[in-house]
Design a protein around this ligand. Structure first.
Ligand code: AMP
Length: 621
């Protein structure tokens, strides 16, 4: 294992962490450069998979990944996709919040640091996709704290990637585009580097688009082949589905190097006493066609980000490719065609984010003070308030969203707006704060609210209140409201620290993880042999009602949820192949279904399921 000199005077215990959908990594600054801290076995990337084995031991990493097929209900992968959701996930019969599972991954990375820093406090800069909303960022911060880190800052992944790259650059003006296509998310950012100032000018993305989608698309392709040849759909068998997923990912990797791959699955299942399997070639071209709708979407989002930064493709000096899925040759070709030059390969796409997080950590600790690198970021979403608007008949309609800080505003920043009393002698107003892009507040995320009392009596519209938002690089929003005539001011701070409700959450998470720790500490060991009847659930992902009255009811409810999850997948698959109104109807339904699943809304779900079935029928027909 590598040893690291810690007697550098500028060295402080602060690290950068990439908590990825597929892999995670931790890095620190040594001799003015970021370095990945490897595991005791020398591995630089930790697969973000958690296994709770038959002895209730927690195993994180490659062994857990290897157990995904054999022990699906004891393993959990791609937890990042669920971060910020309130529902529990069940692993090995125990319920966890998504951040609990992420905390187990981060704890494993913390172990890598023990030989360097001992057990003492370690600060961390943790990265998230630019598109993570406030809830997801808070959940990530809680995961870090549960794992025992002092979370210094949450930064955006593309910013981190640009930092990893920007460190070695001179003072000349450069426009950089970061195209980050990972396992679960796509982010694109336009960044300007000048005189050591790294300014994020715009960012865009889709938090549900990544390599996992490509794998599932290939699973569907293989399953269709099998269905045609052997009249059985292997996706209905959970174990067969898990094997196909693994074969799909490996085939995808092969197709990044070779023009053709041969798919040879083991026996997936038995059907009418006959073994079901698939042997077929697949070409890179066929695979590219399958995933083209997603690739087109990334291209459109890239154009949107360029537009938001007021730049043309020809203004971009460097294109940075980040994330494992940028190894797909078609992605590189698309970038080459759009920008007319080769993308950068200097920083390893798998490591760039962790290395950049370490650069941010080094800037904070002073270990990189000589570089004079300064970072500004952009607000990844708009923040605003709820207002009443007159419709075209003059009726007053509440619940409209008025952004105060628009998405892509350079931060830190301060913005103001003025609102007026609605009726005569109105003596107070309520400031309700939201985050999001939708015109109606109920479609956005509420961050907080407060009252401003003491407005002097006057006619409607004569008194006004100035609402001011200040947003800083740590994602902390300060909202204040001042009655213009009296100068009386009220305000609140909405921060990514722990508020009252999340303190309770945090405590209950701690108890859950401590109970686990009593069973045993996290170990990296050989995976155990699977038990026959353990092959129950794909990846062990099952969101459950917290307290169902009866077992029967519980089963019924989880059936509805499972059905909804299945239909969301079907809709996603078919929507990606459609255009126009069908596609937007499907997307809106997916949205509603996902929200209902998160709320575990078993009463509302049946209607949505009916609607979704009709739409699927219509789209397939
Ligand atoms: P990340 O989230 O950046 O760790 O990226 C992980 C994603 O990259 C997963 O979906 C991987 O399957 C995918 N990936 C890794 N290597 C390759 C490759 N050679 N070709 C295509 N996809 C890859």
């Amino acid at each position: 294992m590598e040893t690291i000199e810690v007697n550098d005077a500028t060295f402080r215990p602060i690290v950068g962490i990439d908590l990825g959908t597929t892999n995670s990594a931790v890095a620190l600054i040594r001799d003015g450069q970021p370095h990945i801290v490897a595991s005791p076995q020398g591995e630089q990337l930790l697969p973000s998979v958690v296994l709770i084995d038959n002895q209730d031991q927690v195993i994180v990493g490659q062994d857990a990944k290897d157990s995904l097929i054999a022990m699906p209900e004891r393993t959990m992968a791609a937890i990042k996709r669920l971060m910020g959701r309130e529902g529990f996930v069940t692993v090995a019969g125990k319920e966890f919040l998504p951040e609990d599972v992420s905390a187990l991954i981060l704890k494993q990375l913390r172990e890598y640091l023990v030989p360097i820093f001992g057990d003492g406090p370690v600060e961390a800069v943790i990265t998230v996709p630019a598109y993570f909303d406030d809830k997801q960022r808070r959940a990530t911060k809680r995961a870090g704290e549960l794992a025992g880190f002092i979370v210094e800052r949450i930064i955006n992944e593309p910013t981190a990637a640009a930092l990893a790259y920007g460190l070695g650059q001179g003072d000349e003006h450069k426009n950089i585009l970061v195209y980050d296509l990972g396992g679960g998310t796509f982010d694109v950012s336009v960044i300007t580097l000048q005189d050591g100032v790294l300014e994020v000018r715009s960012s865009d993305g889709n938090k549900n688009l990544g390599g996992e989608d490509f794998d599932w698309r290939l699973v569907d392709w293989m399953a269709e082949r099998i269905r045609q040849e052997q009249q059985v759909d292997p996706r209905k068998d959970l174990r067969a589905r898990a094997i196909l997923k693994e074969v799909a990912e490996k085939t995808k990797w092969t197709l990044s190097t070779y023009n053709e791959a041969s798919i040879e699955t083991p026996v997936l299942m038995m059907h009418d006493g006959i073994p079901v399997s698939l042997n077929t070639p697949v070409t890179a071209e066929e695979f590219t066609q399958m995933i083209q709708p997603w690739l087109d979407e990334t291209l459109q989002l890239t154009q949107t980000a360029l537009k938001a930064a007021n730049l043309a493709p020809s203004d971009i000096d460097n294109v940075l490719l980040v994330g494992g899925s940028t190894r797909i040759p078609k992605v590189q070709q698309m970038m080459r065609e759009l920008f007319d030059h080769d993308p950068q390969h200097e920083v390893d796409p798998d490591m760039a984010v962790a290395l950049g997080a370490a650069v941010q950590a080094g800037l904070k600790s002073g270990a990189l003070s000589e570089t004079h690198l300064v970072v500004t970021d952009v607000a990844p979403f708009s923040m605003g308030i709820s207002v009443v608007r007159a419709d075209r008949w003059g009726e007053m309609v509440p619940g409209f969203y008025k952004p105060i800080i628009s998405r892509n505003t350079t931060i830190p920043c301060t913005r103001k707006t003025t609102v007026y009393t609605l009726y005569d002698r109105q003596d107070r107003i309520q400031v309700e704060i939201f985050q999001g892009e939708h015109d109606r507040v109920e479609q956005n995320l509420q961050l907080g609210s407060f009252f401003v009392p003491g407005i002097p009596p006057a006619l409607a519209g004569q008194e006004s209140v100035e609402v001011q938002f200040r947003y800083n690089l740590n994602g902390i929003l300060e909202a204040t409201a001042k009655i213009v005539s009296t100068k009386a001011t009220q305000g609140i701070v909405v921060q990514d620290g722990l508020d009252r409700s999340s303190t309770d959450l945090f405590e209950s998470s701690k108890v859950r993880l401590e109970t686990l720790a009593q069973a045993d500490t996290i170990v990296e060991s050989e995976a155990n042999e699977p038990e026959e009847d353990e092959v129950l659930l794909m990846e062990g992902i099952e969101e459950k009602e917290e307290s169902a009255d009866t077992l029967e009811q519980e089963t019924e409810q989880s059936d509805v949820i499972k059905e909804a999850q299945r239909i969301v997948q079907d809709l996603q698959a078919i929507a990606s192949l459609r255009q126009g109104s069908q596609r937007s109807s499907a997307k809106s339904l997916i949205n509603q279904l996902e929200q209902a699943i998160t709320r575990q809304d078993t009463e509302g779900l049946p209607d949505l399921l009916d609607e979704a079935t009709d739409l699927l029928f219509e789209m397939e027909g």
